[in-house]
Write a protein that binds this ligand. Sequence first.
Ligand code: NAD
Ligand code: HSE
Ligand code: NA
Length: 430
Amino acid sequence: MASLRVALLGCGVVGTEVARLLHEHADDLAARAGARLELAGIAVRRLGRDRSITGVDPGLFTTDARALAERDDVDLVVEVIGGIEPARGLLLAAMERGASVVTANKALLAEDGVTLHTAAEKHGVDLYYEAAVAGAIPLLRPLRESLAGDRIKRVLGIVNGTTNYVLDRMDSEGSSFAEALEEAQSLGYAEADPTADIEGFDAAAKAAILAGIAFHSPVVAADVHREGIADVSSADVASAQAMNAVVKLLAICELSPDGQGVGVRVHPAMLPRTHPLASVRGAYNAVFVEAEAAGRLMFYGPGAGGVPTASAVLGDLVTAARNRLGDAVGPRGSWYADRPVRPMGATVTRYHISLDVDDRPGVLAAVAAVFAEHDVSIETVRQRAEGPDDAELVIVTHQATDDALAATVDGLTRLDTVRAVLSVMRVEGE
Ligand SMILES: NC(=O)c1ccc[n+]([C@@H]2O[C@H](COP(=O)([O-])OP(=O)(O)OC[C@H]3O[C@@H](n4cnc5c(N)ncnc54)[C@H](O)[C@@H]3O)[C@@H](O)[C@H]2O)c1
Ligand SMILES: N[C@@H](CCO)C(=O)O
Ligand code: NA
């Protein structure tokens, strides 16, 4: 049987599992790919660590990632180092030498996917990155290939396991933010620097990649409106619970109503508990795709963790190996539409606003007047007495532009009768 030589760059949470599964499932992988996938080397930052769990010959480890990526006898390069450099330079060098590449690196794809795709095209090699978005869940290939004949209108998803884990623990166990984050880190879900998860950078990178593929337009992470979960308080979680909703960090990519632009945003939002995404627990991810002809599709599964992510990496590796044996390259994404990214202020959304107000005549009228002034229509108002002259007002709006809603909140904070704005959050899902 023929063999193909694989270089693995990085041996952390994901790389260790890729190496172990390549070794343990070598015969099956060979039968499926049509060639033995032989490890040519594994680049690590430091030698001497016990990596026996991988079952790999210790002589294969090297600290010279560059030399490994550029070796003439390497056919396929897997990058699971993460970050922009040296990952980008290594992938470009590998492609230049004619190797096909597989990466899990969403940060890089979202920042400079164009350079990588251009290089893959120029050198006639594959560039696959299924693991970069929603870990093990097959999502990019279905979007790129299975839905190539359809018109995608909206992608709505939970694409960060760490933040979903944290929000779920806050909702179901009443855990503190810090406790829940520590657990997510120890389970291998979090990025090396967990602020990438908490501040929404990880989800924003994934949203950019999803929007680019779904709408055939180049979108980078900097285009994405991003809010993380650091400011989600127990009051927000309680407000959501009071209206039978749950707080989730959502990535939303949508065509603008005229179809000419795209909106891409990541922010916490309240979702009714009856919405399918509301039941996504722990570090699981789920992505809802709304397409014109297909209707609504849901993709669900483990979005983080070394073993599940390695599954997506190996799937790409087998595909790239098959293409190589057939002297072909796989289908690429297309960016012909070039739709501009619309600003967040123009996005149409709904708000949930909870206020601590004086409980006396005219207060509700004054509050309602602020909404009217900004042309924001109120859907529901609930008032609960908090004391003899103190009440909590909970208002959910109809859809309005984000600019109008933000101006409304700003106006409310200026009212003398509003003692405090307790919680402001967008509401998604019908
Ligand atoms: N952990 C997950 O659940 C998950 C899921 C999907 C995608 N990813 C992505 O996979 C990639 C790897 O993530 P991870 O969780 O395994 O990270 P990690 O930090 O556990 O592993 C990265 C490894 O690369 C090594 N490294 C750094 N610089 C190097 C160099 N110059 N040469 C060789 N090795 C070097 C580090 O020492 C570390 O062991 C990232 O792009 C991440 O975004 C991770
Ligand atoms: N840190 C990421 C890993 C998967 O990309 C998460 O929590 O989802
Ligand atoms: Na995936």
